[in-house]
Design a protein around this ligand. Structure first.
Ligand SMILES: Cc1ncc(COP(=O)(O)O)c(C=O)c1O
Length: 468
C-alpha cells in the first residue's frame, strides 16, 4: 500500500495548504444583491428620493456607479484587473492543523489567507478594480480615507499599478499608532494626511469643535469626498474601501476561490463561515458565495464578528443613515450606531466604523447571518495562540475572526462534533505590532459601549427614513 505523508494529527501534509492553479482564478464576481430574498432598498438623497447615477457622478466614475447599482448575478472581471490580481491570486486556503491540535477540537478549521497580497490584506482585491476602472474612465487622481492604514496602502499600491495620483486621509489615532503604514503609502507614491486635517472644510470644522479627537472613519470619509468634489475639472474621484455594493462585489473572488479549494480538500461545504466585519468587505467577500447556498437551502452558520466597543450590527439600529460625518454621502439603509459616533481608540482601527455594508445589513436583517461581538483582550489572546501555532501574526481586525473561531471550536468539542469551520484571515499584523506590544504590556482593556451613548447618537438621526 502506498504510504501517506501524514503528521501526528492524522492530516495529510498536502491538505494543510490548498492552492489553485493561476487559471483557476475566478473570471467573474458574484452579486449577492440579486439573491437576497428581499431586494435591497435604494440609496436616498437628502429629499428622501432614490438617488440617480448622475447624482453620484461627481464622486465616482460611471463604470463603478453602474456596478454599484448592478442587477446582474455575475459580472465579468476585465483581463486588465485579473492580470494585476494574478501577482498574488489565487490566495491559498490553509487547514489550521496546529491550531486545531492546540484547541483539542474535533472541528476542522480552514482559513483563506488574504495576507499574501502586496499590501498585506484583502483590500487590494477592490483597490485594484477601483483604480483600474477609474483609469479607464479618465480619472487622473483619487482620494480616499483609511482607518488602520490597510485600505490606504492597498489603494496606493493599486494606483501605482495603473498610474494614478492618490491622497489618503488617515484617521488620526491610526496615523499616530502606525507610522509605517504612511511610509508604505509614500513608497507607492501616495500622499497620506492625518484626519481631521486643516486641508478641508469638514476637517477644520471638526478640529474647531474637538481639537483632541482621535478622528473617525466618518470624519475621514467627509474629508476625502470633499477633496475629490472640490476639483472642478472632475478628474479627481473618490474610492471607498468597504461598505458599498461594488466593493463587496470585488471581494467575492475570495469566497469563490475558497469554495473550490474546500472541494479540493474533500469538504462538501463548511458548517460555519466567519469573518471580522468593519464595513463588511472581507466578511462579505468570503461569505456571499456561501450565503447564496444558504438561501438555496444549505445549512451554514454565517457569522460576522465585530468589536464590543463598536457594535454596529449587534447593537446598532437598522435604519437609514449617512455614511460619513457631515453628509457628503447618500442615505444608506444599514445597521448604524449613528454617524456622530466616535469609537474608542481600540487597535482594530479598521473595525471602528459607525455603519455596515447595506448588503451585509440586509442579510442580517433577513436572518441569513448571525453577528456577534467580542472584546479586544479575548481577540489578542486568540491572535497570540494562532501566531504560536499557525505562525501568522494576524491583524488586530482579523483577531476578531480568530476569537470567534475558538468559540466555535470549543463548542464543537463540547458537542463532540466534527464541524468544518472556515474563516477569512483578512490580513497580517506586521504593521500593527504596537497593538501586540500594548497587549503584552498589559495596557489594553475591554470596553463595552454604554447604551446611553448609542441612544444619544441615534437621537441625531431620528428624522431619517426608517427601514419600512
Ligand atoms: C486586515 C483587515 N481586516 C478587516 C478590516 C475591516 O474591513 P472590512 O470589514 O471592510 O473587511 C480591515 C480594515 O481596515 C483590515 O485592514
Amino acid at each position: 500500500m502506498e504510504s501517506k505523508p501524514e503528521n501526528s494529527y492524522g492530516v495529510i501534509f498536502m491538505t494543510q495548504r490548498i492552492v489553485l492553479a493561476p487559471e483557476e482564478m475566478p473570471k467573474q464576481w458574484y452579486n449577492f444583491a440579486v439573491d437576497l430574498p428581499k431586494p435591497p432598498k435604494p440609496y436616498l438623497g437628502p429629499d428622501g428620493k432614490p438617488i440617480t447615477p448622475e447624482m453620484m457622478a461627481p464622486i465616482f466614475p460611471m463604470n463603478l456607479i453602474e456596478q454599484e447599482m448592478c442587477t446582474d448575478r455575475w459580472v465579468d472581471i476585465p483581463d486588465g484587473i485579473r492580470e494585476i490580481l494574478a501577482k498574488w491570486r489565487p490566495s491559498p486556503l490553509h487547514r489550521a492543523v496546529s491550531f486545531e491540535k492546540a484547541l483539542g477540537t474535533p472541528a476542522k478549521i480552514y482559513y483563506k489567507n488574504e495576507s499574501v497580497s502586496p499590501a498585506g490584506s484583502h483590500k487590494p482585491n477592490s483597490a485594484v478594480a477601483q483604480a483600474w476602472y477609474n483609469k479607464q474612465a479618465g480619472t487622473k487622481a483619487m482620494t480616499t480615507e483609511t482607518g488602520a492604514g490597510q485600505w490606504g496602502s492597498a489603494l496606493a499600491f493599486a494606483c501605482a499599478q495603473v498610474g494614478l495620483e492618490l491622497k489618503v486621509y488617515m484617521v488620526r489615532v491610526s496615523f499616530d499608532q502606525k507610522p509605517y503604514r504612511k511610509v508604505m503609502m509614500q513608497t507607492w507614491g501616495a500622499d497620506c494626511i492625518s484626519s481631521p486635517s486643516d486641508t478641508t472644510e469638514a476637517g477644520r470644522r471638526v478640529l474647531a469643535e474637538m481639537p483632541d479627537t482621535p478622528g473617525s472613519l466618518g470624519i475621514a470619509i467627509s474629508e476625502a469626498v470633499e477633496a475629490a468634489v472640490s476639483d472642478k475639472t472632475g478628474k479627481t474621484k473618490y474610492g471607498l474601501g468597504s461598505v458599498l455594493n461594488h466593493v463587496m462585489l470585488h471581494q467575492t473572488i475570495i469566497g469563490q476561490e475558497a469554495k473550490l479549494q474546500l472541494k479540493k480538500a474533500g469538504e462538501k461545504q463548511p458548517d460555519v463561515v466567519i469573518g471580522c466585519a468593519g464595513g463588511g468587505s472581507n466578511f462579505a467577500g468570503l461569505a456571499f458565495p456561501f450565503a447564496a447556498d444558504k438561501v438555496a437551502g444549505a445549512k451554514i452558520d454565517i457569522v460576522p464578528v465585530e468589536p464590543t466597543s463598536c457594535p454596529s450590527i449587534t447593537r446598532g439600529k437598522y435604519t437609514y443613515d449617512i455614511g460619513d460625518k457631515s453628509g457628503m454621502t447618500p442615505l444608506i439603509l444599514m445597521h448604524t450606531l449613528g454617524h456622530d459616533f466616535v469609537p474608542s481608540p481600540i487597535h482594530a482601527g479598521g473595525l471602528r466604523y459607525h455603519g455596515m455594508s447595506p448588503l451585509v445589513s440586509a442579510a442580517v436583517a433577513q436572518g441569513i447571518m448571525a453577528p456577534k461581538s467580542i472584546h479586544q483582550l479575548e481577540c489578542f489572546e486568540a491572535a497570540v495562540l494562532f501566531a504560536r501555532t499557525e505562525g501568522i501574526i494576524v491583524a488586530p481586525e482579523t483577531s476578531h475572526a480568530v476569537a470567534a473561531v475558538i468559540q466555535e471550536a470549543k463548542q464543537a468539542k463540547e458537542e463532540g462534533k466534527e464541524k468544518v469551520i472556515l474563516f477569512n484571515l483578512s490580513g497580517h499584523g506586521l504593521m500593527d505590532l504596537k497593538g501586540y506590544q500594548s497587549y503584552f504590556a498589559g495596557e489594553l482593556s475591554d470596553y463595552e459601549l454604554p447604551q446611553a451613548q448609542i441612544d444619544k447618537n441615534l437621537e441625531a438621526i431620528k428624522g431619517f427614513p426608517s427601514a419600512e
